[in-house]
Design a protein around this ligand. Structure first.
Ligand code: FAD
Length: 408
């Protein structure tokens, strides 16, 4: 029998597997990470590469290793210059962050724990769990669900049917790279958040003047996607004390700066507007038509935009992650859910004895940072502390994380 099965080998699942080993909670042969992709962090790499982003939004302290200083140390050892970090927050370049992730995976032999499969169902057998996958069945004392949002891509209603027959692609889909590499003369990027802006900037570098960005509201400028107060007890204790889950959901949603981007991205967008490499249109699509080579978008003011490629940078739906697997587990084990459908958890992110969640599924406890890289650390600390007398703390403390605790 295994000690831990982790479903999902993205940022969160990989982080959890690394921490379980580092905290001495299991031997590697007793931990299994189930994920359908050949390489760890495949969804992260796909989404971030597709946007063309050069720097992460989060600081270097938020990384895949146990210590908050690990990424900076890695950069020093590689003799990477200051160009690998941006701004006073030391936001790492995507290239550096990914190289560090690969280093963490290789040096921790984390790939050896991976099993290439999709989990199909989850059930109880006495005190343990049976995870049925496309490639076999596994029994484990504990299970962590680290399933991201990839099956919850948001698509406007007008695009849902049309995208099967017309050149419409979501920036986080596997089809994006091929679509963007094709010959196109006019692309419309739909969306107004950070990914929309980054993909518009990236496409405009290839074909200046041939990119239109269609956004439905004014741009929102925020350094981070939530206030750093949400990384510590000051805000999280307030959330934990809220017994009404409708109100909890409201607090989490209103704390997240949906569709925002930081000042440096705004400056690049301003430059693109002045140099006319990108045209900006503030309006909404009311209807669309198209064929295999083009799409015509009718806007609220009845104006028309025609394009031979439409890129949807409309993010993720606010749906329950995990699709059929999570719905089956809820039904089979009668797991408690809030009115929004998300898990009701204890402070250790335990959904039921031995069953834990991390990432978006842990949002009602970890708050708006739950989906982020730092959310993986916050979740793993709690999960690893369950069933042991003293809470687990990684040896190296994160400046931002613990400063927010002191002010709490
Ligand atoms: C473009 C972009 C930029 C971002 N930038 C930042 C940033 O700068 N800083 C930050 O903190 N956060 C950032 N984020 C947010 C967050 O860190 C990422 O979304 C991160 O990838 C979430 O990790 P995850 O493990 O929860 O999900 P994922 O990376 O999606 O991984 C989940 C894995 O679970 C697998 N899976 C799903 N269902 C099953 C199943 N049934 N069986 C087995 N496996 C399954 C999936 O295939 C996938 O491999 C960004 C997100 C995006 C999209």
């Amino acid at each position: 029998m295994l000690d831990w099965v982790i479903v999902g080998g993205g940022i969160h699942g990989t982080y959890a597997s690394n921490q379980i080993l580092k905290a001495g909670r299991a031997n590697p042969e007793k931990v299994l990470v189930i994920d359908p992709h050949d390489r760890p962090l495949a969804v992260w790499k796909l989404c971030t590469e597709n946007t063309g982003m050069e720097f992460l939004r989060s600081p270097a302290e938020h990384n895949l290793d146990a210590g908050s200083g690990a990424l900076k140390r890695f950069a020093r050892e590689r003799a990477s210059g200051a160009a690998e970090f941006y701004s006073k927050y030391k936001r790492p370049s995507l290239r550096l962050f990914n190289a560090h992730c690969d280093h963490v995976v290789d040096s921790g032999n984390l790939s050896t724990m991976r099993h290439n499969a999709s989990a199909l169902s989850l059930s109880r057998k006495g005190k343990s769990y049976i995870v049925t996958t496309t490639e076999g069945e596994f029994e484990s004392k504990r299970v962590i669900l680290g399933i991201g949002m990839a099956d919850c891509l948001s698509m406007p209603a007008w695009a849902k049917e049309l995208h099967a027959v017309s050149p419409i692609v979501h920036v986080f889909s596997t089809d994006f790279a091929a679509a963007a590499a094709r010959e196109w003369s006019k692309v419309v990027v739909v969306g107004g958040g950070i990914s929309a802006m980054q993909v518009a900037l990236s496409l405009s570098k290839k074909r200046p003047g041939q990119v239109t960005m269609l956004h439905s509201r004014e741009f929102k400028i925020k350094q981070f996607d939530a206030d750093p107060c949400w990384l510590g007890p000051k805000c999280l204790n307030l959330l934990a004390r809220e017994a009404n889950f409708v109100e909890r959901r409201r607090r989490v949603d209103s704390a997240r700066h949906w569709g925002s981007f930081p000042e440096d991205v705004r400056r690049q967008a301003h430059g693109a507007m002045i140099s006319k490499t990108i045209s900006f249109v503030e309006n909404s699509v009311v209807s669309a038509s198209g064929d295999s080579g083009s799409v015509r978008l009718t806007l609220e003011d009845q104006s028309l935009i025609e394009a031979d490629l439409v890129v949807l940078a409309t993010g993720f739906e606010r749906c329950l992650p995990g699709g059929a697997l999570v719905r089956q587990a809820i039904d089979e084990m009668n797991l408690p859910c809030a009115p929004c459908g998300f898990p009701v958890l204890d402070k250790y992110l335990r959904w039921s004895d031995g069953l834990f969640v991390t990432g978006a599924l842990a949002e009602l406890v970890i708050g708006p940072a739950s989906r982020n890289i730092i959310g993986a650390r916050m979740a793993s600390e709690r999960i690893i502390s369950a069933d042991i007398p003293r809470p687990y703390r990684p040896r190296e403390l994160s400046y931002y994380y613990y400063r927010s605790r002191r002010t709490g």
